[in-house]
Ligand binder design. Structure first.
Ligand SMILES: O=C[C@H](O)[C@@H](O)[C@H](O)CC(=O)O
Length: 272
């Protein structure tokens, strides 16, 4: 199995707190992005102290209370399933702060991390503040919720977005990459994908590949899997009958999302 494909692995940290995914600089090829999926039982609490990194706490499903010991945000979260296809609430917490997340009911939380030196204000990112984009044409259509885009100055290096791709469509397509620190042509952003499928037994194909094909992995990705994108193009194809969801975390030396399309496939953008 590809080293870039991570299957969910339940690790009960404390009673009612299960770590489903934990991607760190120590256990992955990534140097900027770190990521966790945490399941919280009602009343269960997960806490963490951040060093020189920032965190976007995404209420994926269910409701949570979040505090950074100075502010508390209660009952945040808008959906019981990501496939309700509505934006959710998130909380940004900066470097050198602590936070605690409590499950109000059963909840799944994504913790999205990247490097941060200059402490910024803790911020509730309300669902209603997510920019919604409908991208693409033909069978390349997808809906994007911009949770923490590069147009939002609330973070130092972190970018967070969620994407819905319907039956028989492709997203992160035409294949694009952002693996060179070469602005204005291209920015270098590592990326993680946290995938969900509806119905749950579904799968998508995701390819991660470089121009020289020194990296060229095509993965069958299932519900709850994480895909790491240290470099390269990273298109996703969704089979007939299924809806794909993924949460993207991106970070690199400069907080700009400037991607470069694979020249072999960029022509599809010219179609009417
Ligand atoms: O680089 C960003 C990720 O590949 C996705 O967020 C992608 O942009 C989603 C899409 O536009 O299809």
């Amino acid at each position: 199995m590809s080293q870039l494909l991570l299957k969910p692995n339940e690790n009960e940290k404390t009673q009612g707190v299960k770590i489903i995914h934990e991607v760190t600089k120590e256990n992955s090829p990534l140097k900027y992005v770190e990521f966790k999926i945490v399941d919280l039982a009602p009343g269960a609490k997960y806490s963490e102290t951040l060093g020189k990194k920032e965190c976007c706490i995404v209420a994926l499903t269910g409701k949570i209370n979040v505090t950074d010991k100075e502010q508390t945000f209660e009952n945040i979260g808008t959906r019981e399933s990501v496939f309700e296809k509505k934006p959710t609430d998130s909380v940004y917490v900066s470097n050198d702060r602590s936070f605690e997340v409590e499950g109000v009911g059963q909840a799944r939380v994504a913790l999205c991390y990247s490097p941060s030196e200059k402490q910024l204000p803790t911020k509730l990112i309300k669902a209603s503040e997510n920019g919604i984009e409908n991208r693409g044409t033909n069978n390349n259509k997808r809906m994007v919720h911009n949770i923490l885009p590069d147009s939002d100055p609330s973070a130092n290096s972190l970018l967070v977005v969620e994407v819905y791709t319907e039956t028989g469509n492709w997203s992160s397509y035409p294949p694009h990459k952002h693996d060179r620190d070469n602005l204005p042509e291209e920015s270098f952003l590592e990326e993680t994908y946290y995938h969900e499928m509806n119905p749950q037994q579904g799968f998508v194909f995701q390819r991660v590949y470089t121009d020289d094909r020194s990296l060229d992995e095509t993965m069958t990705v299932q519900n709850g899997d994480v895909v790491l994108v240290p470099e390269g193009y990273h298109p996703v194809g969704v089979p007939e009958g299924y809806t794909s969801y993924y949460l993207n975390v991106m970070a690199g030396p400069t907080r700009i999302w400037k991607f470069y399309n694979d020249p072999d496939h960029e022509w599809i953008l010219e179609r009417k």
